[in-house]
Design a protein around this ligand. Structure first.
Ligand code: ADP
Ligand code: ASP
Ligand code: MG
Length: 442
């Protein structure tokens, strides 16, 4: 059965969605985009299981585009190998190296599909028409030109796409950053107007927190794009952040499901009016940030602006910020940022010290951030207070706080993060479905 694959003769965007450019929705088709993560294609048995899943979708009448990740720990192993050769390998060569992991998987799955008697073709990111910017190792997709995919689907082939990679506007191979195959899948689903994008992984959906830390964590049947964005941005590693941004922007029906069972998984989608909302949907934690404190900054107009513009120019992303005004017209400012950026931060602050006249700064890697996310928080007071109280009862000191309408984050000591996640999960009764405000505060 052939799907209504949109056709075009010309390149560059044409009637397709231009990711990152003007937004146009592709016509909806019955194409299904399936993505299989590293554990799902780890060995020959897994690869055969994946091939069967893909063929089942094909038998059900769907043209299938399957995006695959590198097998098991291949990407980590390639990074380690590069480090053995060079302390600071050229980013272009890293991309040439890392993109091979996904190509291996794509070719192997194509072979397994042939064994099942179906026609399949594997494509690299470049062959699949994924055009990115030139930022090696964290490239952004600029455009998708899926003519080759469309042609193969019309020829009744199952299409395998090597995830996590594209070709830059300079014609170099690029990769999209860790977890990037999620973004490949969602972006292709947007460009092809797919009926659904299904992310097959080693858990059977999105949970109220990382099930590896809290075994009582509960699987969610549905989560809104906004909540999923907050969960992902605040540390839940299950999906790449950019993939959720693309899904929201292009309204892609996105499912997260188990590669090993037939359970339906979690739908990530648009929140409908009148839909019942959980007060708190999940707890996340993030360990990769450090806290930087600048002491005795002169308390005058423009000082904070100077510090943070200079950091931004050095490409440092800053997360939580607090300022304490101390006596004598001087203030301390603390902020968190990716600990990998500490060398850049140190260089920026050393450079500003004379000009701004602050006394010193210190760096602290022993921090972590715990976050509560929930769309229902908008309308229920007392959630922050309950969170602070729970942390206090567990002897956890809060060093910084930041909030948005649907999340509250606290920066705490790294050594206490597991206690914090477990305590918050229990206090907000996240193992139970649709807990009322009365139950939380009873
Ligand atoms: P893949 O290799 O398939 O891309 P990942 O390892 O990237 O899979 O993501 C799946 C993992 O995400 C799970 O094994 C789980 O431990 C972790 N995880 C973290 N937070 C959550 C959450 N809230 N819900 C589900 N899984 C989560
Ligand atoms: N293989 C890449 C990684 O490990 C991309 C992915 O799996 O999505 O980050
Ligand atoms: Mg992943």
């Amino acid at each position: 059965m052939q799907g209504q694959v949109p056709q075009t003769e010309d390149a560059v965007g044409s009637q397709y969605v231009v990711i990152g450019g003007p937004e146009r929705k592709a016509e909806r088709t019955n194409i299904i985009v399936m993505k299989f993560g590293g554990t799902s294609v780890a060995d020959a048995t897994c690869i055969k299981r994946v091939a069967n899943r893909i063929v089942d979708a094909r038998k059900a009448g769907h043209p299938v585009v399957a995006v695959v990740s590198a097998r098991g720990d291949t990407t980590d192993e390639l990074i380690e190998l590069a480090k053995e050769i060079s302390e600071n390998p050229p980013a272009r060569e890293m991309d040439m190296l890392l993109s091979t992991g996904e190509r291996i998987s794509a070719a192997l799955v194509a072979m397994a599909i042939h064994e099942l008697g179906y026609d399949a073709i594997s494509l690299t990111g470049s062959q699949a028409g994924i055009v990115t910017d030139t930022v090696h190792t964290k490239a952004k997709i600029l455009d998708i030109r899926p003519q080759r995919i469309s042609r193969a689907l019309e020829e009744d082939k199952i299409v395998l796409v090597a995830g996590f990679q594209g070709v830059s506007t300079n014609q170099d191979v690029t990769t999209l950053g860790r977890g990037g195959s999620d973004t490949t899948a969602v972006a292709l689903a947007a460009a092809l107007g797919a009926e659904a994008c299904m992310i097959f992984t080693d858990v059977d959906g999105i949970y109220t927190t990382d099930p590896r830390i809290v075994p009582e964590a509960r699987k969610l049947d549905f989560i809104s794009n906004d909540e999923m964005l907050e969960l992902t941005a605040s540390g839940a590693k299950v999906m790449m952040l950019r993939s959720i941004e693309v899904a929201r922007r292009f309204d892609v029906p996105l499912w997260v499901r188990s590669s090993f069972t037939d359970a339906p998984g979690t739908l990530i989608g648009q929140e409908e009016k009148g839909m019942e909302q959980a007060i708190v949907s999940g707890v996340t934690y993030a360990l990769g940030d450090a806290k930087v404190t600048i002491h005795d900054l002169p308390d005058r107009v423009g000082v904070a602006a100077k510090v943070f513009t200079t950091l931004a120019r050095a490409n440092v992303n800053v997360d939580v910020i607090i300022q304490n005004v101390s006596a004598g017209g001087a203030a301390d400012i603390s902020f968190t940022a990716d600990e990998n950026d500490l060398p850049k931060i140190t260089a920026v602050l050393d450079g500003l010290k004379g000009e701004l006249g602050f006394s010193s700064f210190d760096l602290d890697k022993e921090v972590a951030k715990v976050t509560l996310v929930g769309a229902g928080m908008k309308t229920y007071p007392g959630i922050a207070a309950k969170m602070f109280e729970t942390l206090a009862e567990n002897n956890i000191n809060i060093e910084m706080i930041s909030t948005s309408s649907i999340k509250i984050s606290c920066v705490i000591r790294k050594a206490q993060v597991e206690t914090a996640v477990k305590a918050l999960h229990a206090a907000f009764k996240l193992h139970e479905d649709m807990v009322s405000r009365e139950e939380i505060f009873s």
